[in-house]
Design a protein around this ligand. Structure first.
Ligand code: NDP
Length: 317
């Protein structure tokens, strides 16, 4: 190849990398399309309800008439759809155009559905990256926004710069399920924390204490959590639950007081009841004198399999 041809090929490659298709124009997809446009990308958009393409089109995006056209426009295809049902409903309209594309699924999925989708994409000649975005639409393109990714390393490396237009990236490995796993683990923690906070606010409200008045103490509990996690993590990884700092029996008594406080206050008791149930199953299994972290052994198997005091393959009972 001559020098001019090589330069041309390189320019074509750079142009291809700076083109992106965004499929799905809910609040998240629109924020992503707008952010790519703001960074000078050639953006093609498609959405089932065509009117939602008006806003990105007014900002300079190309409006694809069909899913086929949307896929044909760019190697990098960002999917921002409600779930994987929506993804199949859209992409099955144009499987012939999938070959050679890099699909980046930023919608909600589970590790298993991500692995299934990756196999499905491969069968049509497309690479598949799973993403898990830890940001709201207004946070896209702003400092602090982050996303987990997993899937073929080469596809990620090629499009990393484009994906970093949206958020910081945290590549977790080649298994397409990993990004979904990290995302769902984060959501597991997030939603249970949010619910715990809301329950504490309901308790406080029953005593005439406002959310604002509880804020400093609630924040202080959460601010201590990184140290709490860092202390117990090596012990958990080693499978050790010594009682030198805390005992499960002490924790169960404490949760019982939370439940009684909720009952006395006349607020919903379903959350502390569920928590106490797990603690009591732990003590019934002979863990009363171990740390509260020993509950992880209980949580590793479904409650319906483990039963209240039945044997467990982890040797817990
Ligand atoms: P929406 O549910 O508002 O929009 C999703 C898009 O999916 C719309 O374009 C909708 O099309 C499309 N869609 C849904 N079902 C179908 C279907 N059967 N066939 C074709 N298209 C379909 O979601 P968001 O924009 O808020 O979020 C997109 C993804 O990003 C979600 O998976 C969400 O979990 C994730 N996410 C969102 C965050 C947020 O704060 N919004 C934060 C982090 C992640 P139509 O317009 O025609 O209905």
């Amino acid at each position: 190849m001559g020098r001019q041809e090589a330069q041309k090929a390189q320019a074509a490659q750079e142009a291809a990398v700076r083109a992106v298709t965004v499929i799905g124009l809910g609040p998240m997809g629109r924020a992503m399309a707008s952010t790519f446009l703001g960074k000078g990308y050639r953006v093609t958009v498609w959405n089932r309800t065509a009117g939602k393409a008006d806003e990105p089109a007014a900002e300079g995006a190309e409006r694809a008439a069909t899913v086929h056209d949307a896929l044909a426009a760019s190697e990098l295809v960002v999917l921002s759809l409600t779930d994987d049902h929506a993804m199949y409903a859209v992409l099955e309209q144009a499987t012939e155009a999938l070959s050679g594309r890099v699909l980046v699924n930023l919608g909600s999925h589970t590790p298993q559905s991500a692995r299934d989708a990756s196999r499905w994409a491969s069968s049509h000649g497309a690479a598949y990256l799973t993403g898990g975005v830890l940001a709201s639409p207004p946070g896209i393109g702003k400092p602090g926004a982050a996303a987990f990714y997993s899937g073929p390393k080469e596809a990620f490396a090629t499009h990393r710069e484009a994906l970093e237009v949206l958020t910081a990236t945290d590549y977790r490995g080649a298994d397409p399920g990993l990004a979904a796993l990290y995302y769902q683990a984060a959501m597991d923690l997030f939603w249970t924390t949010v619910l715990g906070w809301l329950h504490a606010l309901a308790l406080a409200d029953a005593h005439g204490v406002s959310a604002a008045e509880l804020l400093p103490s609630a924040s202080s509990v959460l601010a201590g959590m990184p140290d709490f996690l860092a202390f117990y993590t090596p012990r958990i990884d080693a499978g050790e639950h010594p009682s030198d700092i805390d005992r499960l029996a002490m924790g169960a008594a404490s949760v019982d007081h939370v439940l009684r406080t909720a009952r006395d206050a006349g607020v919903d008791t379903s959350l502390p009841k569920a928590v106490l149930d797990v603690f009591r199953r732990g003590t019934a299994a002979g863990r009363a004198d171990d740390s509260v972290t020993s509950l992880i052994e209980l949580l590793k198997v479904p409650a319906e399999v483990a039963g209240p005091v039945a044997g467990s393959k982890h040797g817990l009972r």
